[in-house]
Design a binder for this molecule. Structure first.
Ligand code: BJW
Length: 232
């Protein structure tokens, strides 16, 4: 069989775990320390914006101290190889960190947003930067204060780039899911979309995810080991 030319890869927090970024639902994950309703919903932000800013400011400040691991780098190498052969890799990530970029990947869709960007609730302007966000901060575009929020997708909000993700899945000849528990939709539904189109699907994860039964192939272990092995 010809090697796949158009690959869609969905990544989750497990791909960044060995870089020192916490996952969400594992034993020491983010949701073991914080109530997601307080820090990752529009209602939580409305109730206590200072707490939500503190939660994201701390995660943003930690980013320069973490580095891409072997899994991020292997995915960038795979993209370069496919590009050279006239193929394409679309990397859909649920992660808000910038480790895929720093690992060398180019064609990235951040469906749950990006920690290093902020958004003005008044005018919708999106700004890049690593500065702390606060209630008093004014928007660089409309100058109004009080509306700056992290550029992330909370529960109940619509994920970004869904049309591009759907287009990529429709033309894929392989779908791969890496380091995600498969418990948050619509991302968790991508594998079923791929399978409905007859696209083979592979899972690379520490352990079987919640929708492991959808995949046609799987390898289990730390991403930093199994992703480079799969790519090479
Ligand atoms: C390793 C490892 C190592 C560990 N190596 N592996 C059905 C359809 C559509 C929506 C819904 C639905 N049912 C319910 C919903 C609503 C809701 C939802 O899914 N709720 C569920 C909890 C039931 N979804 C939403 O609200 C979404 N919006 C929405 O649906 O809008 C409506 C709409 C739908 C369709 C079209 C248009 C509109 C929004 C969800 C936003 C999620 N936001 C967060 C926070 C982002 C910002 C931030 O970072 O703070 O996103 S929550 C959190 O979960 C974060 C993650 O991206 C996301 C996924 O988590 P992830 O990455 O999978 O982490 P874990 O911890 O769960 O798993 C880690 C995995 O790694 C594990 O399997 C480990 O084993 C593994 N691992 N170490 C390899 N070294």
């Amino acid at each position: 069989m010809a090697p796949p030319r158009n690959i869609v890869i969905l990544t989750g927090s497990g791909v960044s775990a060995e870089s020192g970024v916490a996952t969400f639902r594992d034993k020491d994950g983010v949701w073991s320390k914080y109530d997601y309703r307080q820090v990752a919903t529009p209602e939580g932000f409305a109730a206590n914006p200072a707490l939500v800013h503190e939660f994201y400011n701390a995660r943003r400040r930690a980013l320069p101290g973490v580095e891409p691991n072997a899994a991020h780098k292997a995915l960038a190498e795979l993209e370069r190889g496919l590009d050279a052969r006239g193929g394409k890799l679309t990397l859909i990530t649920q992660n808000v960190d910038d480790l895929h970029e720093r690992g060398g990947s180019k064609n990235i869709l951040h469906m749950h947003g990006e920690l290093l960007k902020s958004e003005c609730a008044h005018c919708g302007a999106v700004a890049a930067g690593d500065a702390d966000l606060s209630l008093g901060l004014a928007c660089g575009a409309c100058s109004r204060a009080g509306g700056m929020r992290p550029y992330v997708v909370w529960f109940g909000e619509t994920p970004r780039h869904l049309d591009e993700a759907a287009d990529a899945i429709m033309t894929a000849d392989l779908f791969v899911s890496i380091g995600t528990s498969g418990s948050v939709y619509p991302a968790a539904g991508f594998v079923a979309e791929a399978r409905a189109l007859g696209v083979p699907a592979m899972e690379l994860n520490l352990e079987p995810s919640e929708n492991a039964h959808f995949f046609t192939d799987a390898r289990y272990g730390p991403a930093g080991e199994i992703v480079p092995q799969w790519v090479s």
